[in-house]
Design a protein around this ligand. Structure first.
Ligand SMILES: Nc1ncnc2c1ncn2[C@@H]1O[C@H](COP(=O)(O)OP(=O)(O)OP(=O)(O)O)[C@@H](O)[C@H]1O
Ligand SMILES: [Mg+2]
Length: 252
């Protein structure tokens, strides 16, 4: 139970931000409210959602230092359904130590206002990601079907276990989302099979998210993937189905 979801992997560039924002786009198109919590000092999701992480005074960094969440939270440029707790480069100083329970308390203040809270984690397994997991009810790991992406997945699963054990008995590993899947590739097929052998077939969510130029374009243009109509129809549909799955998982 609970609707706070951490999207993570210590590997950079696999699509944590893209998956978080694709789910937010699906939520908005279904008229449901989501809060994106940008836990990455790089501030990518903050930027895509219409805010400049380098010029904001009150951000997640201040919330981690006990500023009320409502003072940092902003509506996104995507419309009233999607809100963001923005990042700032100041968050970097919070990746070493700090109270892992603080973020959970901060999100408890606002979680009732949303159908889902999505935490976009940084590409590390440090204190920030630990805080994200301590605040979450469910963890979703994002991977690419490549050898290097799969190598690190054990360490991510171990951190989920550690945080469950030390800070958050409610935390569950919801599953693995496979992103950037090429149309035809025997290498990707082999990696997909390897993934299902490693984590179990049930843990790998369907559908996978295809590798498509329009996804990259939407991020660059700071627009929701659903804004591209027929040009993004297959990707938008994948996100709609993943969103529906996440809604089921968080209601159980
Ligand atoms: N399905 C996809 N098809 C095409 N491009 C994609 C897809 N998913 C992600 N990308 C592109 O890959 C790059 C990395 O994606 P993204 O920023 O979401 O990864 P990340 O895991 O959040 O990275 P970081 O570790 O830096 O936070 C971006 O340029 C994004 O547009
Ligand atoms: Mg990211």
């Amino acid at each position: 139970m609970g609707r706070v979801v951490a999207v993570l992997n210590q590997k950079g560039g696999v699509g944590k931000t893209t998956i978080t924002l694709g789910l937010a786009s699906a939520a908005a198109s279904a008229g449901q409210r989501v809060l994106v919590v940008d836990l990455d000092p790089q501030g990518s999701s903050t930027w895509v959602l219409g805010h400049d992480p380098t010029s904001l005074e009150t951000t997640l960094a201040e919330v981690m230092g006990r500023t009320p969440t409502t003072r940092a939270m902003l509506p996104s440029a995507w419309g009233g359904e999607v809100w963001v707790v923005p990042s700032s480069p100041r968050l970097l100083s919070r990746d070493h130590g700090g109270n892992p329970a603080r973020l959970r308390a901060a999100l408890d203040e606002v979680v009732d206002q949303f159908h889902m809270v999505l935490i976009d984690c940084p590409p590390s397994l440090g204190s920030l990601t630990t805080s994200g997991l301590a605040a979450a009810d469910h963890a979703v790991i994002v991977v690419e079907p490549s050898a290097l992406s799969l190598r690190g997945i054990g360490a991510v699963a171990d951190l989920v276990d550690e945080v469950w054990d030390a800070h958050n008995p409610d935390l569950e590993l919801a599953g693995v989302v496979v992103n950037k899947v090429p149309g035809v590739s025997s290498e990707a097929d082999r990696r997909y099979d390897e993934l299902t052998r490693t984590v179990g077939k049930r843990a790998v969510w369907q559908p996978v998210v295809p590798h498509r130029v329009i996804v990259n374009q939407a991020i660059g243009e700071r627009r929701p993937i659903h804004a591209y109509g027929s040009r993004s129809a297959d990707v938008s549909e994948a996100f709609d189905r993943l969103w529906a799955k996440l809604r089921r998982v968080t209601k159980d």
